[in-house]
Design a binder for this molecule. Structure first.
Ligand SMILES: Cc1cc2nc3c(=O)[nH]c(=O)nc-3n(C[C@H](O)[C@H](O)[C@H](O)COP(=O)(O)OP(=O)(O)OC[C@H]3O[C@@H](n4cnc5c(N)ncnc54)[C@H](O)[C@@H]3O)c2cc1C
Length: 299
């Protein structure tokens, strides 16, 4: 679910093809992909700080070339030859130089997108849709709260960089450990907390509501005031934080951008398949809490 203060746009469905300029490991688990080339001419990012593209990956040995038009492929080829897409935040778009920067999390040995990026060489090409986007920080808020994991760090960093010197923000990012912390430069007054996750597979049934990340968010929201919140990353984490903000702190929908970027144990296809059920569960969190406070509706 995404609620936001600005209009929402979907990525344009016309695929473009970009060239790999170079790749850089920012941390042991975060690879930066710099893309350029004529295919990015007219790429129109800048309105939102959570702009994203959908990178398009044909399966190995696909009998078609670039640019990939997934709709045309789906008409002409069997399902096993269809490409998959993965969403990545526009960490930066340098319109003058024509350079698009995206940062990808490598999580273990799985993951189509990070494996492709890790093997990419200058001159390799990739098709993509976009940009889409939905969020920009609300300049009339008292303060900003930005919460996420590594997958949301590109959007959080882009947002923090865009804040004016007069803005105040609390940033809480969950990462695997100290080696995954990144430098974020901003003119704003920012309190940045890194929460170290450890190994979540050691206790896959742990309650996301008891996480150190949620504890940090609870402490931050003690300050009250009109907060503009951005909460993205692993779906169960987002649900727990969103519930706290909406139910316990009464943050209005229009002041909250919150969505599950991925879900533990699901590929992106699996996560997209169950996203509607997740949204319904998130809505139910709010209804049930309201009923606990005022009694069930008799209507
Ligand atoms: C709007 C939007 C913007 C996004 N921006 C970024 C971004 O800038 N950078 C980024 O890295 N991700 C970003 N994501 C999340 C990314 O699209 C998903 O994590 C995606 O599933 C990654 O694809 P994959 O090929 O690596 O793994 P998949 O093939 O989808 O999944 C393989 C396995 O890896 C697990 N997995 C997936 N993602 C993660 C993760 N981040 N950490 C740990 N395990 C994971 C899955 O649960 C699954 O078990 C964004 C998502 C959205 C919707």
């Amino acid at each position: 679910m995404t609620t936001s203060t600005g209009p929402q746009t979907r990525p344009r469905r016309q695929a473009r093809t970009a060239e790999v300029l170079h790749t850089t490991w920012l941390t042991p688990a975060m690879i930066r992909l710099s893309l350029g080339g004529e295919g990015l001419a007219g790429f129109d990012a800048g309105e939102f700080t959570d702009h994203y593209v959908k990178l398009i990956f044909p399966p190995p040995g696909a009998p078609y070339g670039l640019p990939v038009d997934p709709a045309a492929v789906e008409e002409a080829h069997p399902r096993e030859q269809w490409p998959v897409t993965r969403a990545y935040t526009v960490r930066a778009w340098d319109a003058a130089a024509g350079v698009l920067t995206v940062d990808l999390v490598r999580h273990g040995d799985d993951g189509i997108a990070p494996a492709w990026a890790a093997a990419a060489r200058p001159g390799d090409r990739i098709s993509l849709f976009g940009p889409g986007g939905a969020y920009a920080p609300a300049h009339d808020a008292d303060w900003h709260l930005l919460v996420g994991d590594e997958s949301a760090l590109p959007a959080i960093a882009a947002t923090v960089e865009a804040l004016p010197a007069s803005a105040s923000a609390v940033v809480i990012v969950e990462v695997a450990g100290p080696a995954e912390e990144q430098l974020v430069v901003t003119p704003a007054d920012v309190e940045l907390t890194w929460v170290h996750r450890g190994d979540p597979t050691e206790d896959p049934d742990r309650d996301p509501g008891s996480d150190p990340l949620l504890a940090a968010v609870r402490a931050a929201t003690e300050r009250g005031g009109d907060v503009d919140a951005f909460v993205h990353g692993e779906a169960d984490m987002v649900r727990a934080v969103r519930r706290h903000l909406r139910v316990e702190r009464g943050v209005p929908r229009g002041r909250l951008s919150a969505s599950g970027y991925w879900r533990r144990g699901r590929t992106d296809e699996g996560w997209r398949h169950e996203k509607e059920d997740w949204k319904a569960a998130v809505e139910a969190d709010e209804r049930e809490s309201l009923e606990e406070q005022v009694g069930p509706s008799t209507g």
